[in-house]
Structures are given as structure tokens and as C-alpha cells.
Design a binder for this molecule. Structure first.
Ligand SMILES: O=C(O)CC[C@@H](O)C(=O)O
Ligand SMILES: [Zn+2]
Length: 511
């Protein structure tokens, strides 16, 4: 077996790195939804005691929250960047309960906001005004796993990490992995078409999700829970629920195709001196590693600086302007390590990388991944974080950071940084400041959206549109396409009770 031999590469040691608790409630930003976004409450009914009594008949007293303190965590997102004013959270356990709730709300014209793990970043799962929150957290049964086909079926409220743990026992994994895996729910993942760290290998949920059960606004249950890998029976309705963020129906069950658990996993953290070298290394990794490449993440120095400054994690290689985190997953460790070594030798010989470290042992792999997965938490601790999740052609991928840094030069921002899923052309462009500032927001938007549209990118790669980005949809979709989206919404939710103020821009489009 050949090893990566250069003395620039060393093996990651054990560090007492702190792991930030996911979804901790921190951040000092207090500017809330209505101060920041110009939106009017729709013409919906207001919740009454009679409504609450009716809900009690469906889910029982113990699964309704109406005390302000109990409802509060459901009203705000975890970064406290949006906040609604709901007075009621319902926690159904079954599809039938969801159906009865929606049927009633539709007749009463009560708006609802479906919520999974509340880990979203576009304000899609929080109420904007007083929508009734329907939490899927108690819909957490695994319904079955077929080890021959690799298909898992489960209720929408199953936490991603619990599904992963369950599958590991059967020698499989989930086709998606996210930093928020400990709290996000599969129904939320499907509803936002979450991407994450494994998309470069297993593709998007539009490919992995075989079946969906969803409840429409009027309470009708749409059973598209096919577990067949091939099913060409006309319009594929399941795709309407993947990525529509609960605006067309509430996802209650999911059937998902799960890859085989890899026997060998390796991770390399590489340091690079320029974005040109990043691109060269990416190209080489795709060529040399081929089918065993399972993640390819980029981080710039500023992003990792936030992790070092605010979370006291330590980057185990020397300071470089750029870093790549490359993961391989395969079935034969000798073969995989050889391929990785070959790639690293190429990269070193051609002066693509200036420092690096690799790991094959689970605890060391975890330490390296923690650096990447904690960037969101690290940046949040700066104060307020303006988040942009965009898809770009590789040649323009990092220019968005440079262009925006230059554009914001005169303003009191702390960091302008870029990191993310370079293997998929998806960058997370984040700007931080001590506190929320309207001036900074208005300098970033629509500037960055216009720039993204000009180079042919997408203004939302994986976080969705939610509430925060609906005024930006037209930068990535034609007016006719948006009109068609509105028509579809009208067919599936004529009263507009499902997750209002989200995804769909107001018509006519003015900006
Ligand atoms: O916080 C962000 O902007 C990105 C979050 C997530 O999509 C990630 O890839 O870490
Ligand atoms: Zn991401």
C-alpha cells in the first residue's frame, strides 16, 4: 500500500476540540421579521378558544401548546433572524390527525405553518404572523427498511441522525448529511430539498426520494408512497412536495433510497494558496478519485478564522487563503487509500497544495469535519450574519466573495467569507456584523442577486426561498414560470392557508 509520502502531509492528531451544540439559541440580533420585511398579514381568521377546543378533540390537550413561553421557540428561527407571533402549536402523531387539522383550518380560513426541526436558514418554517404551527416532531416512527432494495420508509418527523443510526445497523446510510443532522427532520429536509455534504456523490433528494405522502390544504391525503425505483405513471406528483417548503402540502411520510454503508472512509484537509489552485485540485480530485469521492468542500481563511476565534477550534495545518476538505467512501480500504495517496501526490507534485493532513480513523475524521460543520455556529457568534446560499459556475464561484467584499468596503462589517459545497457549485456567502444593520442589508441586496443572475447562477442553491428570499426568486426564474407556480398553488391550496408569505413572490413583480 502506498501512503501519501510528502512531509507536508501529516496525520490529524487528537485535539480537545469543543463541539458546538447544534441549534443553540445564541446571537444578539434582535431585529425581527416585521421590522425588516415589508409584508401585510393576509385575510385569514384569527384563532379563537373554540378553535383550540376543536384541536383538543383531534390531538388531545397534551399535544397543544398555547402558553406564550411554550410557543416562543417555534416562533423564531435558531439564528433569531425571523420571528412570528403564533399563539398555538399543534403536535399531531398521525397522518389522520394532520388531515383533520388541515381540513378544519381550511374551512375556518386559519393559516398554518408546518415546522420540522426548525433548523432552516431562509425563514421557511417559522410563522410570519399568527399562523398555527403544525410541528411534525412527534411523527417520528420508522415504518420499515428493506435491506435488499435499500429503501427506508418513515414518518416526516424522524430526525436525520436517528435515521442514520438506524440504517447503520442494517449496513446502509442516508443519502444526505447536514451539519444540523442532530435536529433537522426528514420531512423538513424533503420539503426544502436539502442538499448537504454528500450531494456530490448521491445526488439531490429529487433522485433519492422514491415516495412521499402529503396532506393537502383541504385535508386530502395524497399517497405517493411508491417504493419502486422505476415508476413512470404520468406526472410525478412527489416532486411537487420536494422543495416546495410546505406551501403545496404537508409532507407526512417519506420513502427514500439509502446507499450501502461504506467500509472505508478517508478525509483530507488541504491548504491552498489561491482559488485557481482550488479549481485545479477539484478537477484533479474528480479525475483521480472518481466514484469514491463522497464530499468536496471549500472553506476560505475568513470562514475558518471565525471557527478559531469564536469556538476555539484549531485548524491543524498552516494558515492558507483556501482549504479543501475531501472525503472518500468506498468498499476497499487498500484501494481507496491508494487512490487518495495517488491524488495527493499529484496535487503536491504540481504544487497545487501547500499543506495538508489526512485521517482514516473515525475520531480524527470527526475532528476534521467539525471545522467545516461549525462554520455557521462560528459566524453566528460574531453578532448578526447575512446569509446567501448561491449556485455559481465554477469560474465565478469565489468571485462573489471578492466582489461583495469590495462592494461593502466602506461599511462596518466584520467578515465577508465564502465556504461550501464546491463539488456541487454551491457557495455559502456570509457577511457578519456586530448587530443587524439595514444599511448593510440594503447594500448586499439586491446587488448580490443581480450579480448572481448576471453570471447565470441560482439565488438559492439548497436552503430554499422561505420567507426571506421570496423577493429574489425572479432573479432565477422567469415571470411566466412564477405565474405558473402561483397557478399551481391556487389549484392545490385555493385558500392559501399553507405556509403563507413563503416561496412565492408577490405578483406583479415590481423590483
Ligand atoms: O450557514 C450557512 O450559510 C450554511 C449552512 C449549511 O448549508 C452548510 O453547508 O454548512
Ligand atoms: Zn450547505
Amino acid at each position: 500500500m502506498r501512503k501519501a509520502t510528502s512531509n507536508l502531509l501529516h496525520t490529524a492528531g487528537h485535539h480537545s476540540w469543543l463541539s458546538e451544540v447544534r441549534c443553540a439559541k445564541y446571537g444578539t440580533a434582535s431585529a425581527l421579521t416585521k421590522d425588516r420585511y415589508n409584508v401585510q398579514r393576509g385575510n385569514y381568521a384569527t384563532l379563537t378558544d373554540r378553535d383550540v377546543s376543536f384541536f383538543e378533540q383531534i390531538v388531545g390537550k397534551s399535544r397543544i401548546l398555547t402558553d406564550a413561553a411554550d410557543v416562543e421557540p417555534y416562533n423564531a428561527d435558531w439564528l433569531h433572524s425571523v420571528k412570528g407571533y403564533s399563539q398555538c402549536v399543534l403536535k399531531p402523531k398521525t397522518t389522520e390527525e394532520v388531515s383533520a387539522i388541515l381540513k378544519y383550518c381550511n374551512e375556518r380560513l386559519l393559516a398554518v405553518c408546518p415546522q420540522g426541526g426548525n433548523s432552516g436558514l431562509a425563514g421557511g418554517s417559522n410563522p410570519v404572523f399568527d399562523e398555527v404551527v403544525i410541528s411534525t416532531s412527534l411523527m417520528n416512527n420508522i415504518l420499515g427498511f428493506d435491506s435488499l432494495s435499500g429503501v427506508l420508509s418513515c414518518q416526516a418527523g424522524c430526525i436525520l441522525e436517528n435515521l442514520e443510526t438506524h440504517l447503520e445497523k442494517h449496513g446502509h446510510i442516508m443519502p444526505l448529511d447536514l451539519g444540523a443532522k442532530g435536529s433537522c427532520q426528514i420531512g423538513g429536509n424533503v420539503s426544502t430539498n436539502a442538499g448537504g455534504l454528500r450531494l456530490v456523490r448521491y445526488g439531490s433528494l429529487h433522485g433519492s426520494v422514491l415516495g412521499v405522502e402529503a396532506v393537502l390544504a383541504n385535508g386530502d391525503v395524497i399517497d405517493c408512497m411508491s417504493k419502486m425505483k422505476k415508476d413512470n405513471t404520468g406526472y410525478h406528483l412527489k416532486h411537487l412536495f420536494i422543495g416546495s417548503e410546505g406551501t403545496l402540502g404537508l409532507v407526512t411520510k417519506v420513502a427514500i433510497n439509502c446507499p450501502v454503508l461504506p467500509k472505508s472512509v478517508n478525509v483530507a484537509l488541504l491548504g491552498l494558496e489561491s482559488y485557481e489552485k482550488v479549481l485545479e485540485t477539484l478537477k484533479t480530485s474528480k479525475r483521480d478519485l472518481g466514484e469514491i469521492l463522497s464530499s468536496c468542500e471549500m472553506m476560505d481563511r475568513e470562514s475558518l478564522q471565525a471557527v478559531e476565534d469564536n469556538l476555539k477550534l484549531r485548524v491543524p495545518i498552516k494558515d492558507c487563503p483556501f482549504y479543501l476538505l475531501i472525503e472518500t467512501s468506498g468498499s476497499n480500504s487498500t484501494h481507496d487509500e491508494e487512490k487518495l495517496a495517488q491524488f495527493l501526490e499529484h496535487a503536491l507534485d504540481k504544487n497545487m497544495i501547500i499543506d495538508g493532513t489526512q485521517a482514516s480513523e473515525p475520531s480524527r475524521i470527526k475532528n476534521l469535519w467539525e471545522l467545516r460543520e461549525n462554520i455557521t455556529s462560528g459566524l453566528a457568534k460574531d453578532g448578526y450574519c447575512y446569509k446567501y446560499d448561491i449556485s455559481l459556475p465554477h469560474e465565478d464561484f469565489y468571485s462573489c466573495v471578492e466582489v461583495l467584499r469590495h462592494h461593502l468596503g466602506h461599511l462596518p462589517v466584520l467578515r465577508v467569507c465564502g465556504y461550501g459545497h464546491i463539488g456541487d457549485g454551491n457557495i455559502h456567502l456570509n457577511v457578519t456584523s456586530k448587530a443587524y444593520s439595514k444599511e448593510i442589508l440594503q447594500s448586499i441586496e439586491p446587488f448580490i442577486y443581480e450579480w448572481t443572475a448576471k453570471v447565470g447562477g441560482s439565488v438559492s442553491a439548497e436552503h430554499g426561498i422561505g420567507f426571506k428570499k421570496r423577493d429574489a426568486v425572479h432573479f432565477s426564474k422567469s415571470t411566466r414560470a412564477i405565474e405558473l407556480m402561483h397557478q399551481m398553488k391556487k389549484v392545490m391550496d385555493p385558500n392559501g392557508i399553507l405556509n403563507p408569505y413563503k416561496v412565492l413572490p408577490e405578483l406583479p413583480i415590481t423590483n
